[in-house]
Design a protein around this ligand. Structure first.
Ligand code: AMP
Ligand code: ZN
Length: 503
């Protein structure tokens, strides 16, 4: 039986605003589209969080046995400064400032983006299409929307007619907005006189004099609007209907709302069945963003070379820090949280390293209940992951496995009671979740530190056993209490054995 049948996934669909049972359109296959970066600057840690959230979705669905086609685009044209329909193209502006070809800017930051994804062990998608590589598809998408009566041309530019569309389909269903209210709340913006209505958005913009990134079209030379590429490319690679569309929460409106309208305006199909939105990484409650000056780059993070950082942190520590919260909750950056994550990550890795050093399980009187209890922790972790990809809860279950492994190492008599095949299954799934699903790599130092800690703890445990044996309870208590103050708990097991756990 496929694992996905055993552990059915539920997803919080931001379109229906409900948690729903995930049922792909085609049995065993998943089509997923995630909005990628606009490649005009270095990615910051906030961007990393969003791509990591969908890396988990991709990894987990694949782990469960789905055949996933994951499309994540590169926006290399059409995203204008200010995110609306006026102003310079972000990439063209950067090219002007740095005296580069726009495509040099694109290449430079695409390479940088890939390096960062690799650093954080975020898997590449199955297809990574670019907006400039799909101008033909975007033009025919626009033609179809015009033909259906939901777009109009004015002097070489084409706009989506939101009011007209709203007569047939609700506009605002994703973001929960109402067209009438939006109209009464919008100001007349300079430079937008061509639009019939302020809510209308550009599908194609006429290239004015000196514009570098432009292509011929039925409406003259120009370039596509920002929202269009995602509609055209998701349709091309995943079809008019597909399973999952993801992105950061900040893209819900107008970007994703516009995408749905474009799709329905073109083919009467809305695109994705399930919409998933990742929440923001914040700093002191404010969204991390380059423009806020609080968006440090991965390099600054590793070196600690930023005013907000007390010191550097490893890529896996940061990955673990992000996975310790659910993707749909905000996550506030802090040095304390990163330090706690570092401890947790090392603890988990230390127990992975310990597995090979354990004695043989099941050599004594096998206790079925204890064996099932051990297995129960990884089953719980899988159920947590199937519950809307809840990595935070799954990690808590993994810590239970980790502390059992420590116990089994300290007291082989406990391990002797665990059924061998249950033990092997459990530690196998434990490792798979850590490496394949959570994408945590052993950075090496976690393992060495873990070994060192175990070595030191074995010495202390031995001393405490001797103190107890010679009835020097003052000393045995002191060892226990002093360790407690530094966050290590000594547990007295049956038969005089002792184990330890770290808070
Ligand atoms: P951009 O290159 O600006 O289009 O952003 C790429 C992705 O990063 C989008 O999905 C954004 O939603 C996401 N993003 C931007 N800032 C943050 C943040 N502070 N936290 C999480 N995701 C973010
Ligand atoms: Zn998009």
């Amino acid at each position: 039986m496929s694992l996905y049948k055993q552990y059915p996934v539920s997803v919080h669909n931001t379109l229906s605003k409900q948690k729903e049972l995930f049922k792909p359109l085609s049995e065993g296959k998943v089509g997923m589209y995630v909005c990628g970066p606009t490649v005009y600057s270095d990615v910051h840690l906030g961007n990393v969080r969003t791509f990591l959230s969908f890396d988990i979705v991709f990894r987990y669905l694949t782990f469960l046995g789905y055949k996933v086609r994951y499309v994540r685009n590169i926006t290399d044209v059409g995203h204008l400064v200010g995110d609306a329909d006026e102003g310079e193209d972000k990439i063209a502006k950067k090219a002007r400032l740095d005296q580069l070809e726009p495509m040099e800017v694109v290449q430079k930051y695409t390479n940088g983006f890939h390096d960062v994804m690799q650093l954080f062990n975020i898997l590449p998608p199955s297809i990574e299409p670019t907006a400039t590589g799909h101008i033909v598809e975007q033009i025919s998408f626009i033609q179809q929307i015009i033909e259906n009566g939901y777009a109009y041309e004015v002097d070489g530019s084409v706009y989506f007619d939101v009011k007209k569309y709203n007569e047939d389909h609700p506009y605002g269903e994703l973001s929960g907005r109402n067209v009438e209210e939006m109209i009464s709340n919008t100001r007349e913006l300079a430079g937008q006189e061509q639009k019939k209505n302020q809510l209308d958005f550009a599908l194609w913009k006429k290239a004015k004099g000196g514009h570098l990134m432009k292509w011929p079209s039925p409406w003259g030379e120009g370039f596509p609007g920002w929202h269009l590429e995602c509609s055209a490319m998701s349709t091309k690679y995943l079809g008019q209907d597909f399973d999952i569309h993801g992105g950061g929460m900040d893209l819900k409106f107008p970007h994703h709302e516009a995408e749905i309208a474009q799709n329905k305006g073109c083919s009467n199909h809305g695109g994705a069945k399930y919409w998933i939105h990742g929440n923001m990484l914040t700093v002191n409650g404010r969204k991390m963003a380059k423009s806020e000056g609080n968006g440090f780059t991965p390099e600054e993070l590793l070196t600690g070379n930023h005013k907000l950082l007390e010191r550097g942190y490893s890529a896996m520590t940061v990955r673990f820090f992000m996975l310790m919260s659910h993707y749909a909750s905000t996550l506030d950056f802090s040095n304390e949280a990163l330090q706690a994550a570092e401890k947790g990550y090392k603890r988990l890795m230390a127990s992975v390293n310990l597995i090979d050093k354990l004695a043989t399980p099941g050599t004594g009187n096998v206790d079925a209940k204890k064996s099932e209890e051990f297995k129960g922790f990884v089953e719980k972790a899988l159920l947590d992951l199937s519950d809307d990809f809840n990595t935070a809860k799954a990690i808590a279950s993994l810590f239970e496995v980790s502390s059992k492994i420590n116990t089994y190492y300290q007291s082989p008599s406990e391990l002797a009671q665990i059924d061998k095949s249950i033990f092997e299954y459990t530690v196998g799934v434990f490792k798979d979740i850590i490496h394949q699903v959570l994408g945590l790599k052993n950075e090496g130092d976690g393992g060495q530190d873990g070994e060192l800690l175990d070595g030191v703890m074995n010495v202390l445990i031995e001393l405490r056993k001797q103190a107890k044996f010679s009835k020097n309870y003052a000393l045995s208590d002191k060892i226990r209490d002093d360790l407690k103050t530094v966050g290590v708990q000594i547990k007295d097991e049956k038969g005089g054995e002792m184990s330890y756990t770290i808070d």
